[in-house]
Design a protein around this ligand. Structure first.
Ligand code: AMP
Length: 111
């Protein structure tokens, strides 16, 4: 079965988009854990960070900065869960951008 984030990329599943270009997409997490919780993905399917070519990272980093600008936030945390035991549930690389524009983010429980 096709990956859920691939379905978001091809429009089979709707998403609340923040930013998009030909290679990357940013959309709001359906189950936000912070006031701002956005997922940033490459449109190409890579199961996880480990399996993603490092060559795409400079462009992805630029896209992430543009996403923050679009959201109007300057302070945010980036997280990627690499593998099941790290908490990964969707196996299409995604970077969580979490932020609380009204205050300070707590450091979450990480075990
Ligand atoms: P992870 O546990 O790192 O794999 O994160 C997967 C994230 O995808 C979770 O935060 C989910 O809330 C989010 N998610 C799952 N399905 C959707 C969807 N259809 N639209 C937006 N976010 C989703």
């Amino acid at each position: 079965m096709e990956c859920i984030f691939c379905k978001i990329v091809n429009g089979e599943i709707p998403s609340n988009k923040v930013h998009e270009n030909e290679k990357f997409l940013a959309f709001h997490d359906i189950n936000p854990v912070t006031p701002v919780h956005v997922l940033i993905i490459p449109k190409e399917h890579y199961a996880k960070f480990d399996e993603t070519p490092a060559e795409i990272m400079p462009e992805m980093a630029e896209f992430i900065k543009q996403t923050a600008q679009k959201l109007g936030i300057t302070d945010y945390r980036l997280i990627t869960n690499n593998g099941k035991n790290a908490g990964q549930e969707v196996f299409h690389l995604h970077i969580h951008m979490v932020s609380n524009p009204q205050g300070k983010l707590k450091w979450p429980k990480i075990t």
